[in-house]
Design a protein around this ligand. Structure first.
Ligand code: HC0
Length: 589
């Protein structure tokens, strides 16, 4: 440990602690812009400058390690003047039309300008004299260069967390900009639509493409029957936008709010998550049979999960030769959409063309997924509009609903019943855990004891995790699996997916089953979730998901009564003809 002083207060810190972290340790907040806990240090915005005794120049607190005896001032006149100048300079290049900005109220630059009471404009505003691009071609993300402060958080996010590098820095000096390959539109490059850039952008330069008005219109149209589904990870994050502590579960209040908003039926993506387990689990067993028993060269292993649309886009761009390894299952969102306009329509005697299918997702890539040409198997567009968690919070606020005081309500029936297995889809490793709970029982005919339902090796926040499950004494039908060690891998954040896929490609890894979620932490850290994000926030949301699972009366997908019913009444059996038509697809580049 070393001793330093901050604003005259002595503090002991570990060697190499940054001045920024040392100050936070004693409750002194130094403002930042380019700094983000998820990312490497850039030190380029200079907003966090501090004065260190004996040094002529100010030092960036995020990029300066503490040294023994350092005397630091975080709020001297010199620091304040410099910081104000930097904010003014940033504002002179920023389209500060705040009242008309989508990020109004949740913009870090706006907050800084407010905290430092920037009332003057000593610098010539550049915005009126420059040509800026506003890219609105993507169904998921809007990129508005007039709001960009060139902090490069998005560039680092796309490279470091996702290994995609769709965004990069081009040109120099005042021409410098954040752009794509050959300055193409976001939907023409290798962007996966994950939206991690959106939740790491401090301003309104990157935002989700929102469909709030379209959904309001559908709700108020008396000829439309509007169904809404909510993804597993929304219930542990929506509360953050509406006054609750991070990690609060608000499932019942969310359902009540959706009913108040005027949706005709409020249902649960977790139901189709359970259905996915039935379909994907059966597909895995069929593939294992094809390889291990029939030695069929055309059957591909490892099988990879296919529910994260950012991951699908990534594999299409980066590993197209492995497209055949993706499970043919559509994501639960899309299964839900296809069933809403077929199974549900038939049961409720509704005309499918009058059904508007809305989903609330923690994800911006789900907007892209719903827009894919493959997703019309109901005969219509399966999911009409995708709202993020943030968009739902906006609608709740617009409707004047006092969210805190809402009484809990339950999902509507038919496609609203779910299990703990469906809930944990929202956390990295959750699909794997849910699949293992069901596959073990189907293959062995033995029940997983309640105390063994938490499959801990697949949980956690390590970027890549591996687990081996040995199968002993299976039922006769699965005798070829006796003694087989099922090798599984889990990756979250596309940079980690790359590690797994490179190991598969080089032959270094011989997995049977891989789960990939495009976003750090899985969907709970999705690009449509409340801002800010950080490792601590994601850990709290994950804990809430596992608590939700433990509180569910049924925790295995194959025990979901509505899943059993849909096979009896409509689908027949997993991988049957109807399932094949409605619930499965294949992707081509
Ligand atoms: Fe997910 Fe999903 S779990 S991708 O992370 O599988 O977005 O929450 O809705 O579809 O169920 C996101 C979350 C979903 C889907 C489910 C899967």
């Amino acid at each position: 440990n070393i001793k330093i002083s901050i604003n005259g207060q002595g503090v002991e810190v570990k060697k190499d602690t940054s001045i920024l972290d040392a100050a936070r340790q004693i409750g002194v907040n130094i403002p930042t812009l380019c700094y983000h806990k998820d990312l490497c240090i850039a030190g380029n915005c200079r907003v966090c400058v501090v004065e260190v005794a004996g040094q002529k120049r100010l030092s960036p607190a995020c990029a300066t390690p503490c040294e023994e005896g350092m005397e630091i001032l975080t709020n001297s006149v010199k620091v304040r003047n410099s910081r104000k100048h930097i904010i003014e300079l940033l504002l002179s290049e920023h389209n500060a039309d705040c009242t008309r900005c989508y990020k109004n109220g949740n913009c870090e630059l706006q907050k800084l300008a407010s905290d430092y009471k920037i009332m003057t404009s000593d610098f010539i505003p550049l915005v009126p004299f420059k040509h800026y691009t506003i890219d609105m071609f993507s169904p998921s993300i809007i990129k508005d260069d007039s709001k960009c402060i060139r902090c490069q958080r998005c560039v680092r996010t796309c490279a470091e967390l996702q290994g995609v590098s769709a965004l990069s820095v081009a040109y120099k000096g005042d021409m410098m900009k954040i752009t794509t390959f050959f300055e193409k539109a976001m939907n023409e490059v290798n962007c996966t639509n994950c939206g991690q850039c959106v939740i790491h952008c401090p301003t309104g330069a990157l935002t989700e493409r929102n469909y709030i008005e379209e959904v309001w219109e559908a709700i108020t149209d008396p000829s439309k029957f509007v169904v809404v589904q909510t993804a597993p990870a929304v219930r542990v994050a929506l509360g953050e936008e509406l006054g609750f502590e991070v990690g609060t579960r608000i499932t019942g209040k969310m359902v009540a709010a959706l009913k108040r908003l005027g949706f005709d039926a409020v249902m649960d993506t977790d139901f189709t998550a359970d259905l996915t387990i039935m379909e994907e689990g059966t597909e895995l067993l069929t593939r294992l049979k094809g390889v291990l028993l029939d030695h069929d060269q055309n059957v591909k292993l490892p099988m990879a999960t296919s529910c994260s649309p950012g991951w699908i886009k990534y594999i299409e761009h980066m590993y197209p030769e492995y497209l055949g390894n993706l499970s043919t299952c559509k994501s639960p969102q899309q299964m839900f959409g296809a069933l809403a306009k077929t199974y549900y329509a038939r049961a409720r005697r509704l005309e499918p063309e009058n059904i508007v299918s809305v989903s609330v997702m923690p994800c911006t890539a789900k907007k892209f997924e719903a827009n894919r040409p493959e997703m019309h198997d109901s005969g219509y567009r399966d999911v009409d509009y995708v709202l993020t968690t943030r968009e739902l919070a906006i609608m709740i606020k617009q409707a004047g609903i006092d969210f805190m005081s809402l009484e809990d309500m339950s999902y509507d029936r038919l496609m609203g019943e779910s299990t703990g297995a469906g809930v944990i889809f929202g956390a990295t490793g959750g699909v794997m855990e849910a699949a293992l709970r069901t596959a073990y029982e189907l293959v062995t005919g033995r029940e997983v004891p309640f105390q063994n339902l938490n499959i801990l090796p697949v949980r956690g926040m390590e970027g890549v995790r591996e687990a081996t499950i040995r199968i002993d004494n299976p039922l006769k039908e699965w005798a070829f699996l006796d003694g087989v060690e099922l090798k599984c891998a889990i990756a979250h954040g596309l940079v980690n997916a790359k590690k797994v896929m490179d190991a598969v490609r080089s032959g270094e890894a011989n997995y049977h089953f891989i789960e990939v979620m495009a976003c750090p932490g899985g969907c709970l850290g999705g690009g449509g979730q409340p801002i800010p994000t950080s490792p601590e926030i994601r850990a709290k949301r994950a804990a809430a998901i596992y608590t939700e699972d433990e509180n569910m009366p049924i925790r295995k997908s194959h025990k979901n009564p509505e899943v059993i019913k849909i096979y009896e009444d409509f689908l027949g059996k997993p991988l049957g003809e109807k399932s094949h038509h409605l619930l499965h697809t294949s992707y081509t580049v």
